[in-house]
Design a binder for this molecule. Structure first.
Ligand code: PMP
Length: 286
């Protein structure tokens, strides 16, 4: 069965799904995106992801490419046409196609691309069982990373650096030595007292949809959460560390810069959060 993608009003075979060379997403990274997890036939937290997409569009004074109701139909249709039961759906909106000029083009229509693909859930289950390693890198991104733009070059380079070091994620660290977030995930620790700690979602990080759902999951499990800064040193000495994102859910971190966290095995708190996540998250049939 060929993959089908949605591009500007049509469902096209994935191999023939193109945007124009003067799309502003291509030329200026003038585009925003979302990634939703698809699990057991449900699109997870779609409401939250589309709310955040709306916020990103507003912050950049970009228009919705279509009504939100129509948007939801397209997203579900792409998932359905690709028969994705477990995997992800990717949504990208750019300011549109116009002759190259820095200024916002008058009258350009936003471009919309939606793709979906299957991912074997055993891959993430295996990673969660083993735990992942992270490295730390100095923050070198702009200060509006709360907007989910496709301008991800620092993230690409940081994650490539992580891979070269035998790790799976890179944590950006601010000039005070505090952890901000990962290249494609939020960062968390669990203190010796069992308290979950994650950085406040101010302009310094992306307010992860998974992060928000995990607040509810944690409350349901009777766990305490503190939104505050934490240093790399505190993280290395923590009882547990983990990352969160739509595609990884809560994923244990077993080493930071080659320093093992606790006994170097996934912690029980993150595994219980992971276990309870799907019961709490919003689920919409594709
Ligand atoms: N921070 C960054 C930089 C990300 O790219 C992501 C993944 N989109 C996240 C955090 C986690 O966000 P979410 O839980 O909404 O996937």
């Amino acid at each position: 069965m060929p993959r089908i993608s949605y591009v500007n009003g049509r469902y096209a075979p994935h191999a023939d799904a193109y945007v124009h060379i003067e799309d502003r997403g291509y030329q200026f990274a003038d585009a925003v995106y979302e990634v939703c997890e698809v699990a057991k036939g449900y699109i997870v937290d779609m409401g939250g992801h589309l709310d955040r997409l709306g916020r990103s569009l507003d912050e950049l004074r970009m228009a919705w490419p279509m009504s939100r109701a129509a948007f939801e139909i397209v997203v579900r249709e792409v998932v359905r046409r690709n028969r994705v039961t477990n995997g992800l759906v990717y949504i990208q909106v750019s300011r549109g196609v116009a002759p190259r000029d820095f200024l916002f083009p008058a009258g350009a229509r936003p471009s919309l691309v939606v793709t979906a693909r299957k991912v074997n859930p055993a891959i993430n289950a295996g990673k969660a069982e083993a735990g992942i390693k992270v490295i730390t890198v100095p923050e070198n991104r702009w200060d509006r990373v709360d907007i989910k733009t496709v301008g991800l070059l620092p993230n690409v380079l940081a994650k490539e650096q992580a891979k070269a070091a035998g790790a799976q994620e890179a944590w950006f660290v601010d000039t005070d030595g505090n952890v901000k977030e990962g290249g494609s995930s939020n960062a968390w620790i669990v203190t010796k007292d069992g308290v979950l700690v994650t950085r406040p979602a101010d302009h310094g990080i992306l307010r992860g949809i998974t992060r928000t759902t995990l607040f509810k999951v944690a409350a349901g499990l009777g766990l305490k959460i503190e939104e505050r800064h934490f240093s790399v040193q505190e993280a290395k000495e923590a009882r547990e560390a983990f990352i969160s994102s739509a595609t990884t859910i809560a994923m244990p971190v077993i080493a930071i810069d080659d320093t093992p966290i606790a006994n170097g095995h996934p912690g029980s708190t993150v595994l219980s959060l992971r276990q309870a996540f799907f019961d709490v998250a919003e689920k919409r049939p594709a």
